[in-house]
Design a protein around this ligand. Structure first.
Ligand SMILES: [Zn+2]
Length: 457
């Protein structure tokens, strides 16, 4: 986003007809860098996390979202994008589920560079289907909580242990990497969890995944659980958090802090019920807040989010972290004015829209201030006076307060009603070629529908 300085009019509040020294200094100096790590959190000098591996389950847990079904082509596109982004593991599906699912998992496994994972219950047919699909990692799981053993799996603890060990041994015998999940681990009896983890450890399991299946974990408790699990396994630890209380990302990060090497995530956080820890949140928190190089190409996060939004038919809320429409948007006067001067003023600073392939937007509406209005008028080809900017701003605020969207047409109408002059260059161009000189000049706009869209800069 470039700041254009009007040639004959100061943009600060001095109302001068020429650029004042304050404004010249303000736009010529180097903006202060964000002071996040020199502020109240300055005592944190080392990252609490060393390694962050990303296991994406958008195609498995994500597709289990109610009313979501990915087509074969969508699955291939999603897997290819995640693969190109450097995702460490992609759980492509549940091969025993259907012939179509088997085919898509198998085709994805042969078409991608990264590790492809297939899910399997601790049942022979499931494990054989996963192995036959050609995946590089088989993810076997069994219920371990009393409530799920009794009323979902209808099995005893002993049966669960026996089947888990058999499944792990079968995958290891086939020479394939294996991950074991004690499903509903956070509601499982502590002693039994230790027992089953030690049993699969003895069977040679490579990865132990600790699922917070019903989303009841809290960061401190979940971290404590992961530390305990570390004492009962030699396997690498992976975590799988659900978002029933909005804690999935926090729990995944707490898992990393406690020594997990990998987290299971889904793009846009889609998945069972309230969904999973969100790919984009976990990756950007690791990169920007913990200063860990995940190896993920974060500049494609917005692209993959839109891909999943369309394919899943689950709209991304405007206020969704990282990928929501408002994640880098500003409307209120104080915030917009600050960000126009230095984006670090009211953004995290350690995360920018460019880092995730998004654009910063300044929306005009009820909360708008004069800085945004002036900027948008100028980018639309007008040369407003200070008084005209204030008048148009008042009109926009009133208009926005009626829940109306401030479109380019509306902004242009307000400018014309107030007799705002067109910029010289724009006027002479239009005079010369006969074009309608009331049309806004959008050449400097970074994002807006040309004529009828909501005004965003
Ligand atoms: Zn899940």
């Amino acid at each position: 986003m470039s700041i254009s300085i009007p040639k004959r009019l100061c943009v600060c509040l001095c109302r001068s007809q020429v650029q004042c020294l304050t404004t010249i200094w303000r736009f010529s100096r180097t903006p202060r860098l964000v002071e996040f790590f020199q502020g109240t959190l300055a005592h944190i000098t080392d990252s609490e996390i060393d390694t962050v591996r990303i296991f994406d389950t958008t195609l498995r847990d994500g597709e289990q979202s109610p009313r979501t079904s990915f087509s074969y082509d969508e699955k291939r596109d999603i897997a290819a994008t995640l693969d190109e982004m450097g995702t460490h593991v992609i759980e492509a599906g549940f091969p025993v589920n259907s012939d179509a699912e088997f085919e898509s998992v198998s085709d994805i496994a042969s078409a991608t560079e990264t590790t492809i994972c297939g899910l399997a219950r601790v049942v022979d047919t499931d494990v054989e289907a996963a192995l036959d699909s050609g995946v590089g990692l088989v993810h076997v799981f069994v219920s371990t909580s009393d409530v799920q053993l009794a009323d979902s799996m209808h099995a005893s603890q002993e049966e669960a242990v026996d089947r888990a060990v058999s499944a792990v041994e079968r995958v290891k015998d086939a020479g394939v990497e294996v991950m074991f999940s004690p499903m509903d681990a956070t509601r499982t009896d502590g002693e039994f969890l230790s027992e089953i983890l030690e049993a699969v450890d003895d069977a040679g399991v490579d990865w132990v995944n600790i699922p917070d299946t019903c989303g009841v974990g809290t960061p401190t408790r979940f971290a404590r659980l992961i530390r305990k699990v570390r004492a009962h396994t030699d396997a690498q630890i992976d975590v799988h958090a659900h978002d029933d209380f909005g804690l999935a990302t926090a729990n995944a990060l707490a898992g990393f802090e406690a020594g997990a090497a990998q987290a299971q995530v889904s793009v846009n956080g889609i998945g069972e019920r309230a969904g999973n820890a969100a790919f984009e949140e976990v990756v950007m928190a690791a990169e920007s807040l913990y200063d860990v190089d995940t190896g993920i190409d974060t500049t494609r996060i917005t692209e993959v989010s839109r891909l999943i939004e369309n394919a899943s038919n689950i709209p991304v809320p405007g206020n969704k972290p990282v990928v929501g429409q408002n994640a880098f948007s500003h409307e209120s006067g104080i915030h917009a004015a600050g960000v126009i001067e230095n984006t670090d003023t009211f953004e995290p600073g350690v995360m920018t829209p460019e880092m995730v392939g998004a654009k910063r937007e300044f929306v005009l509406g009820k909360h708008t201030g004069t800085h945004s209005v002036r900027k948008r008028l100028e980018e639309s080809g007008f040369a407003p006076t200070d008084e005209e900017v204030r008048t148009v701003t008042r009109q926009i605020k009133d208009y926005g307060a009626e829940k109306e969207r401030v479109t380019i047409d509306v902004l242009t109408r307000f400018a014309r009603e107030n007799g705002v002059d067109r910029k010289k260059a724009a006027r002479s161009d239009n005079d010369d070629d006969g074009h309608d000189d009331t049309r806004p000049d959008n050449s400097n706009s970074t994002d807006s529908d040309p004529d009828h869209g909501e005004v965003r800069i």
